[in-house]
Write a protein that binds this ligand. Structure first.
Ligand code: URA
Length: 234
């Protein structure tokens, strides 16, 4: 349950005081009954009508962004330029946040949503949703690194879940990594343990959903329902 003025302000992307004004003017009904107080509570099951229009039942949005370098994965209101600022105005509704953080210098697939439960379900290591990255390294990697990744390495105090590591070039400096966790600077720290520096890092896939190749850096698009299912495929 949520206050009526908050619900209207979020759904219509208007200020709380404008929402209150609409309520006071008698423009709002909840389940066909006049709603004259902003403090009334409503839930997703209630039919809220504002000025004759039913508030959209589309509660959640899911956006794929190809994050460029130099932008932080944070919600609105922080000092540095963040992924929400990059969204076109018509996509920038309230309460959006990136589901999982990429470092400022990491590029690629960021999922932006207002669905906390969904975000939790793809981020929790217990759900086993794979995140796939490509990394460019400063030096060639050897088979010892691959074995350590695949066995579930220890990083400081922590034992990580097994990750997969595939070499992508003859120089052994380009690699594909698949992880199911998302601890701070995870991939950079995994390579650093073996004396390797990550020069470039890009996330190319979440679950079974690859980053849309047609999406240039800094651009975003909505994720379809079919694609959402692919994210959760394990
Ligand atoms: N691992 C990192 O080190 N950085 C990222 O941005 C993502 C995974």
């Amino acid at each position: 349950m949520q206050r009526l003025d908050k619900t209207i302000s979020e759904k219509l992307n208007i200020s709380r005081s404008d929402a209150k004004a609409l309520i006071k003017k008698g423009e709002v009904t909840i389940n066909s009954k006049p709603a004259l107080s902003p403090e009334l509570k409503c839930s997703e099951e209630d039919e809220v009508i504002v000025s004759g229009k039913i508030l959209s039942a589309q509660k959640f949005v899911y956006i794929m962004m190809n994050k460029p370098k130099g932008v932080v994965c944070a919600s609105e209101g922080e000092k540095e330029r963040n992924v929400i600022d990059l969204l076109p105005k018509d996509m920038r509704i309230k309460n959006l946040f990136p589901a999982g953080r990429l470092d400022k210098d990491t590029t690629g697939f960021v999922l932006i949503t207002n669905d906390g439960e969904f975000a939790h379900s793809i981020l929790s290591p217990k759900k086993h949703v794979e995140k796939t990255y490509v990394a460019l390294l400063d030096k060639p990697l050897d088979s010892g690194v691959i074995i350590d990744f695949e066995n579930g390495m220890t990083l400081g105090e922590e034992r990580l879940m097994p990750a997969s590591l595939t070499v992508l070039n003859d120089e052994k400096t380009l690699a594909k990594i698949v992880i199911k966790q998302g601890i701070y600077h995870q991939i950079k720290r995994m390579f650093k343990k073996h004396g390797l520096e990550v020069l470039e890092l890009k996330r190319i896939k979440i679950g079974n959903l690859p980053l849309d190749e047609k999406l240039s850096e800094g651009k975003s698009r909505y994720i379809t329902n079919e694609e959402l299912e692919k994210i959760k495929e394990v």
